[in-house]
Design a protein around this ligand. Structure first.
Ligand code: GDP
Ligand code: MN
Length: 359
């Protein structure tokens, strides 16, 4: 493909010799990867896996985002790997960098404290930018304006099985807004005051939190407070369950909605993205659990997936064969059978109970 200069909301001129047409029905959706130039190798591995297992039949567009310009080698190799069109966006500094409202000294001392405590990525500045970006800014990028659904992809992940359906189509037909494959407990040290901020938000916004229909029960457990659970102990009502956001399929109109923005702005004002190390996974998950109806969330049971150090693999033998799965449901990395998976909570709460009705 011919490379054009890589500026914000730039689309490269895709290969004129390649046929991107798709004769079946396709949704208004894109595969989305936030990635660094030096992660090219891992990006290609993920792309190859997703193309093989799903996209080669559909040719959905790929959208790549970066806080620095993508280099030509990255653009060339990823557009060669994609079966759909590719676009490369440069994230504006105002959507990525630490805002001036965060005090320098407080920031530095919190970094040091978290690092000393051994919190994962506790001392990293860029990781915090990334988590805040994924929480509040990815859906505002110009390249995404034209799409309704996104499928988040990370470098170095693997899709273990053929997709038995187009998940975007399932989302639209079953009126789903958020889809996940893995759910687990978060490290509490990364979010000491997140739940306090959420409780404030709920108190201030009773009009947009419907406890009758949402998934409140999935993320709340007062019996865990201070008790010696075998693995998980939480100091708040929040049981630390979250959807693992390195895989997520979502409806962008939810994230662009006033209610989500109200939620994000409230959290952002608290400073916890920088003064603690709030992850986009618990931030998305709590929004999904509070602001959506439970039947608007879908667990994609049939999709095998791996991101270090956990995976999920269908257990039914006939599915393994039909979908050409290359994984072992009994493997040590299979989170679904582990105590720190939240999936049993999801089922217990009735997650997916509307699936049969709609599907
Ligand atoms: P982990 O999965 O929590 O261990 O974090 P990762 O290192 O995988 O980062 C999550 C996602 O954000 C991946 O898609 C990374 O490529 C991307 N990412 C992380 N930090 C940066 C960064 O500083 N710049 C860019 N452009 N992408 C980043
Ligand atoms: Mn990752």
């Amino acid at each position: 493909p011919k490379l054009s200069t890589n500026t914000y909301h730039d689309t490269i001129e895709n290969d004129p010799n390649r046929d991107y047409t798709y004769l079946g029905t396709r949704e208004n959706a894109t595969l989305l990867m936030l990635v660094r130039n030096w992660e090219l190798d891992g990006a290609l591995k993920s792309m190859r896996s997703l193309e093989d297992r799903f996209n080669r039949k559909y040719h959905y567009d790929w959208t790549f985002l970066n806080d620095v310009p993508f280099d030509d080698a990255f653009i060339e190799a990823t557009s060669a790997m994609a079966s759909g069109k590719t676009s490369y966006g440069l994230i504006p500094s105002s959507d990525w960098d630490r805002p001036s409202s965060i005090d320098d000294e407080k920031f530095e001392s919190s970094l040091q404290l978290m690092q000393e405590k051994g919190v994962i990525y506790g001392g990293s500045k860029s990781y915090r930018n990334m988590c805040r970006f994924n929480s509040g800014f990815f859906f505002r990028q110009k390249l995404l304006d034209q799409y309704r659904y996104y499928f988040r992809v990370e470098p170095d992940v693997e899709y273990y099985c053929d997709f038995p359906f187009d998940p975007f189509r399932v989302m639209r037909e079953q009126r789903k807004i958020y889809g996940f494959v893995i759910s687990m407990y978060e490290y509490e040290d990364t979010i000491p005051t997140l739940w306090d901020a959420v409780e404030e938000f709920m108190a201030d916004n009773p009009d947009i939190v419907d406890l009758e229909t949402n998934s409140y029960d999935f993320i709340i457990d007062d019996s865990m407070i201070g008790t010696e659970m075998p693995i998980i102990q939480s100091n708040s009502m929040y049981n630390l369950c979250h959807f693992w956001s390195n895989f997520e399929i979502g409806d962008l109109s939810f994230f662009r909605s006033e209610r989500y923005l109200r939620y994000f702005e409230h959290l952002d004002r608290k400073g916890g993205f920088y003064l603690e190390r709030w992850g986009d996974a618990p931030v998305h998950s709590i929004a999904v659990a509070l602001l959506l109806r439970q039947d608007e969330v879908i667990h994609f049971d049939e999709l095998g997936y791996y991101h270090i150090p956990f995976g999920t693999c269908p257990t039914a033998h006939n599915i393994m064969l039909q979908q050409r799965c290359a994984c072992d449901p009994g493997a040590d990395s299979n989170i679904d059978i582990k105590a720190h998976s939240c999936l049993n909570r999801w089922w217990k709460m009735g997650g997916g109970k509307y699936f049969m009705k709609h599907g």
